[in-house]
Design a protein around this ligand. Structure first.
Ligand code: URA
Length: 250
């Protein structure tokens, strides 16, 4: 390799790093814009989705009343294909007795390896956000909509979200938080089925009704989004203050 190509390679690697690429999924590039492959992968996705939808209808959470029972049930669930490519199931972290529950999207690379939510870059930012209102991991409870890492950190599909939804709803029901914070658009859409984008509804409290319980719930931006758009942190700061006030009233 000559000097110029080493420099170009380093520039490219830096660009990847800054864009958040933290893993190689293949040793050769793949042209994913070719129509024929698109069609095949869509077809494959469709059959996975049909599977997920079919099995999710069969989730029976009757008689599940504790976190341990829920975790056991989830660890044998095969209705969402993501478990096949994941290293670990990521169930939760934090204090199950906390009044505050935070829900994210799905595990990333570090979470998948450590079987703990929010331990990577966005997790570090989440810790800082919590610290800003005098909270930490021992004072909140954290889970995700999807407990398995989607390959290459892609967004979970709507079918994957729907197939895992009964679990997170049961999770909320067991924790019975006094306030629920939804981190990012995937968690918000999964729980609230909102039609408007996250920018419109973040910072607003809505009543979530689950099995005769009413839980004050607020969507806010995801820490990963804040890493890309630090200018938006001021909004999350307002949301966190509102969360702190809500808990004081309880
Ligand atoms: N992003 C999430 O939404 N959840 C995690 O656990 C990690 C990153």
């Amino acid at each position: 390799m000559n000097k110029t190509s080493i420099k170009n390679t380093l520039n490219l690697l830096n660009l990847y790093k800054e864009s958040g690429v933290d893993e190689l999924i293949s040793s050769r590039p793949k042209n994913r814009t070719v129509r024929k492959k698109d069609h095949v992968s869509k077809k494959m996705q469709k059959s996975d989705e049909m599977n997920s939808a079919k099995v999710s209808e069969e989730i029976n959470l009757e008689g599940i009343n504790t976190l341990e029972e829920l975790k056991n049930k989830m660890s044998t669930f095969q209705g969402c294909q993501l478990y096949k490519s994941a290293t670990n199931m990521v169930f939760s972290d934090g204090n199950p007795k906390s009044k505050i529950m935070l829900i994210g999207e799905a595990p990333g690379h570090d979470e998948d390896l450590q079987a703990k939510p929010f331990v990577g870059r966005s997790g570090k930012l989440l810790d800082k956000m919590l610290e800003a209102i005098d909270l930490n991991r021992e004072k909140v409870y954290i889970a995700n909509i999807i407990p398995w890492r989607p390959p290459a950190n892609r967004r979970p599909t709507e079918d994957e979200i729907n197939s895992c939804l009964p679990f997170i709803l049961k999770h909320i029901e067991i924790i019975k938080p006094s306030a629920l914070m939804l981190l990012g658009s995937t968690a918000t859409f999964a729980i609230l089925r909102n039609k408007e984008g996250i920018s419109k509804i973040r910072g607003k409290w809505v009543d979530l009704k689950i099995n005769q319980m009413t839980i004050p719930t607020m969507p806010t931006f995801h820490p990963a989004f804040l890493l890309r758009q630090p200018g938006q942190k001021k909004h999350v700061w307002t949301d966190l203050q509102s969360l702190r006030d809500k808990i004081k009233q309880k």
